[in-house]
Design a protein. Structure first.
Length: 127
């Protein structure tokens, strides 16, 4: 199964680096990019991705607010947080907001692949 992913981050350089990285992986399709929480909501409604890779710290609507809004939708996507701010508090908040995982941006190249492989083969609870 191809895992359809929406990338959400206000750091354009990082977002495009993740997009290029994911483009090298089999069974992964980046279906859209969003630069803030509001765009993420619009993109999720329109594109219906399986997974949202979501930054925590963004202007306006942060990642946790965005996750809460996305999870309240009719067909909520699975969420994995990618953040430069890796600490126990953020990891706890990610779990509270229904995230599948929390990955440090510093380690995304190695830590994200096994998570994506697991999610690509596991049935979603929400869909």
């Amino acid at each position: 199964m191809t895992l359809r992913i929406l990338l959400v981050d206000d750091n354009h350089s990082f977002l495009h680096a993740v997009q290029r990285f994911l483009g090298t992986l089999a069974d992964i399709e980046v279906v859209g990019l969003a630069y803030n929480g509001r765009e993420a909501q619009e993109q999720v409604e329109r594109l219906q991705p399986d997974l949202v890779l979501l930054d925590v710290v963004m202007p306006g609507m942060d990642g946790f607010e965005t996750a809460r809004a996305l999870k309240a939708g009719v067909r909520p996507p699975r969420i994995v947080f990618l953040s430069l701010h890796d600490n126990a508090g953020y990891r706890d908040m990610a779990r509270l907001h229904g995230a599948e995982a929390f990955v440090s941006k510093a380690d995304f190249g190695t830590d994200l692949i096994p998570i994506l492989q697991t999610l690509a083969t596991a049935p979603s609870k929400d869909r």
